[in-house]
Design a protein around this ligand. Structure first.
Ligand code: NIG
Ligand code: FE
Length: 382
């Protein structure tokens, strides 16, 4: 058995029900799993020691929504937006063209760089969506790349209808042949339910076909305007409804009643100069909330969960503790994982040592690299 002790922790966030935060604490990891947490003075010896020097230790971030696998560059589109152009779903097709043309090894190398960047900023679990292939072979290729990065792989063939393709035929392809071709690689299915992408009936057809194959459901819901996405997520028992920028009181009640996680992605709103999601209404109504990066080349080209947390505190009126919980435990709930997103005994030992006395500094010191160390599965990886 290999043991690691992290001791002299000034503030340890475990999300334990009784004592979610310990002070002057230590944590013992055995075989990659949290085995003990308690007062630093009582910490047992171990093979390996990480001295936190009274810094704050938090669970590794769980990023439940990314589009990490793609090729090309859309900085010109971003610059045009800075000059006043609005965002539209059609920009996705630019990335599709570049992605189809890229060899698998290039897609993998690019995605690995982004995954490494995410890990450096404390992300120890993440989801990856396909959706920049939009044909059978390329969607499969994207999920093959994703399979080398993460166990959480979401098929997003229903991102937009590709240029020059009949929409009814495309929806049939996605929910039939394409889904069959990726079913062994995907763990979930997602649909961009939005004006300019897929309507409620089309989205329901694709999601139901995924559910019939045993996949978890996520929905890009109510991002650019009001729409049927959130209600559909509730109706179908989806794991999450993502974005939720334009939700009505009925949408909020339906999400709460169905226990659907609202995955909020504030950098998408930051980067598209859009209104922010009503996090307070969702939280106050009792909807489970997660925060995610939405890392993608069109609307949110960041892997930084610390930046997401900072924005959530500044723009979504979340407290630092709410934001941290949403970026860790909330993400884990959206991915239906019980072993990550917290540091209770039995959790996978994924943690971040912050170069700060508390999680408040994630918002208080925006844009500053506060990650002192990252441990994943008990291994010190940064
Ligand atoms: O989550 N909303 C759909 N998909 C992405 C944007 C994709 C793109 O513009 O390339 C999102 O914001
Ligand atoms: Fe997205």
């Amino acid at each position: 058995m290999r043991a690691l002790v992290v001791d002299r922790i000034g503030r340890l966030v475990t999300w334990d029900d009784e004592r979610p935060v310990l002070e002057d604490a230590a944590l013992v990891v055995e075989d990659g799993v949290v085995a003990w947490a308690g007062p630093s003075a009582q910490a047992p010896a171990a093979d390996q020691r990480l001295d936190a020097e009274w810094r704050c230790v938090v669970p590794g971030f769980v990023d439940a929504h990314t589009h990490l696998v793609f090729a090309g560059d859309r900085s010109a589109e971003f610059a045009a937006r800075l000059a006043g152009q609005p965002y539209a779903a059609g920009g996705i097709r630019t990335t599709v063209e570049a992605t189809r043309a890229a060899p698998a090894h290039e897609l993998l190398a690019r995605a690995q760089r982004l995954a490494a960047e995410a890990l450096r900023s404390g992300t120890t679990t993440f989801e990856v969506k396909s959706g920049y292939g939009l044909d059978v072979a390329t969607e499969r290729r994207l999920l093959e790349v994703a399979a080398q990065l993460t166990p959480h792989r979401t098929f997003l063939g229903a991102h937009v209808v590709p240029a020059g393709v009949d929409r009814t035929a495309y929806v049939d392809l996605v929910r039939g042949q394409m889904l069959d071709a990726v079913a062994d690689l995907a763990t979930a299915v997602d649909v961009f339910c939005e004006v300019g992408a897929f309507d409620g009936d089309e989205s329901r057809a694709v999601l139901a076909a995924g559910a019939a194959r045993g996949l978890d459901l996520h929905v890009h819901a109510n991002q650019l305007g009001p729409g049927p996405g959130a209600l559909l997520a509730a109706e179908l028992g989806a794991a999450s409804a993502d974005h939720c920028t334009h939700v009505t009181d009925d949408d909020v009640a339906a999400l709460r009643d169905a226990g659907v996680v609202a995955v909020l992605v504030p950098v998408a709103e930051f980067s598209t100069r859009s209104p922010y999601a009503p996090a307070r209404r969702l939280l106050d109504a009792g909807v489970p909330v997660a925060l995610a990066s939405d890392c993608n080349p069109g609307t949110s080209f960041t892997t930084s969960m610390p930046f997401v947390v900072a924005l959530a505190c500044r723009e979504l009126q979340m407290t630092p503790a709410e934001a941290l919980r949403a970026a860790t435990q909330g993400g884990a709930t959206a991915l239906r994982r019980h072993d990550v997103g917290h540091l209770r005994v039995g959790a996978r030992a994924d943690l971040v040592v912050l170069d700060a006395p508390s999680e408040v500094h994630l918002a208080y010191r925006p844009g500053v690299d506060l990650v002192h160390a990252v441990v994943r599965g008990g291994e010190v990886v940064r």
